[in-house]
Design a protein around this ligand. Structure first.
Ligand SMILES: [Zn+2]
Length: 325
């Protein structure tokens, strides 16, 4: 095989491996109600072990997905936190694009009441029948629901306090199996015995006698990673227990301390409140976003957060935050 082909094959395998283990959050939009200074309304792409989720879909989300080279066909689940326009007005454009690209996979949309009516009305009056099925899932106001589950992970809703029914989303990997320690593996073990080791069983002979204890031949599982997305919300300590200890917390920080009363009035948070939540919930890292158009320079908001909790970072368009296992 030519050297170039071998390198390409190697890169392809490496890419597949990274997708299979990765847990990445890419920021597509960081702006509050108005787009400002090149910042887009809310949207994030979350990739967990080759599963692709879009959280919120503000205007221009599809342009951002293309700009950052996301594969639209891989997005099968779109989670909309609430129906203020800056969190979902990009959805119709994205749906039409998926149709024009001849998508065939079902598209699952999660939202509070009303999104199905909005989407079907627009499709009706444009005489459009998408090339794929749209499956609507309704979120319940104030509830904690498990809205997605597979063999590796779950997504739960987080009840938030806002002017409309609003939910955050908690992504969690399930507990992983123990890893076989290849350096300790005796020769001659059958495939079934190795499979049992991964499930946590001891190695037994045909009479059921223990040949090796599981702990002798295995290493502890890799850690289960987690990400909490807390979209528009007033500061509410009651969610701290739900999001406790997550690897990354995204919390809205629409305003700075200079606009604390405005935050209270509009049921939004300040950067300091986002940081207080991170501290109270003992998360490992804080991202803040949903910045008001009144702030051209975001440094004061970053500083307000960092004075209370570290590490804190601004969730800026194009940045990808990776959680290592
Ligand atoms: Zn809102």
């Amino acid at each position: 095989m030519a050297k170039k082909a071998i390198v390409e094959l190697h890169n392809c395998q490496l890419q597949k491996l990274l997708l299979a283990v990765g847990f990445n959050i890419t920021i597509l939009g960081s702006s509050g109600a108005l787009p400002a200074y090149g910042r887009f309304p809310s949207s994030q792409l979350v990739e967990i072990r080759n599963r692709h989720f879009l959280i919120d879909c503000g205007e221009g989300a599809q342009m951002q997905l293309m700009k950052f080279q996301a594969n639209l066909h891989r997005i099968n689940h779109i989670l909309i936190s609430h129906l203020h326009g800056d969190h979902y007005l990009g959805l119709m454009g994205l749906i039409f694009t998926m149709h024009l690209l001849r998508r065939t996979n079902d598209l699952h949309l999660y939202s509070h009441r009303g999104l199905d009516e909005i989407i079907t009305t627009q499709l009706k009056y444009s005489h459009s029948v998408p090339s794929f099925k749209i499956v609507f899932h309704q979120l319940e106001k104030g509830a904690r629901q498990t809205i997605y589950e597979d063999d590796a992970m779950t997504i739960e809703t987080i009840p938030l306090v806002h002017k409309l029914a609003c939910s955050g989303f908690l992504f969690r990997e399930k507990i992983k199996p123990r890893r076989v320690d290849k350096t300790k593996l005796p020769e001659g073990l059958r495939i079934q015995q190795i499979a049992n080791l991964k499930k946590g069983y001891d190695v037994i002979d045909t009479n059921g006698a223990i040949l090796y204890k599981n702990e002798e031949l295995t290493l502890p599982p890799r850690k289960s990673r987690s990400y909490a997305y807390c979209s528009d919300t007033a500061y509410d300590e009651s969610i701290a227990d739900i999001i406790r200890g997550v690897d990354i917390l995204y919390h809205e920080a629409t305003f700075g301390l200079d606009e604390e009363s405005k935050a209270r009035e509009t049921l939004h948070s300040t950067a300091a409140q986002a940081a207080m939540m991170a501290k109270k919930a003992e998360v490992k890292k804080l991202l803040i976003g949903h910045f008001s158009a009144r702030y051209k320079d975001l440094t004061p908001l970053a500083e307000e957060a960092m004075n209370i909790f570290q590490p804190s970072e601004l969730a800026i368009e194009g940045q990808t935050f990776k959680i290592q296992d």
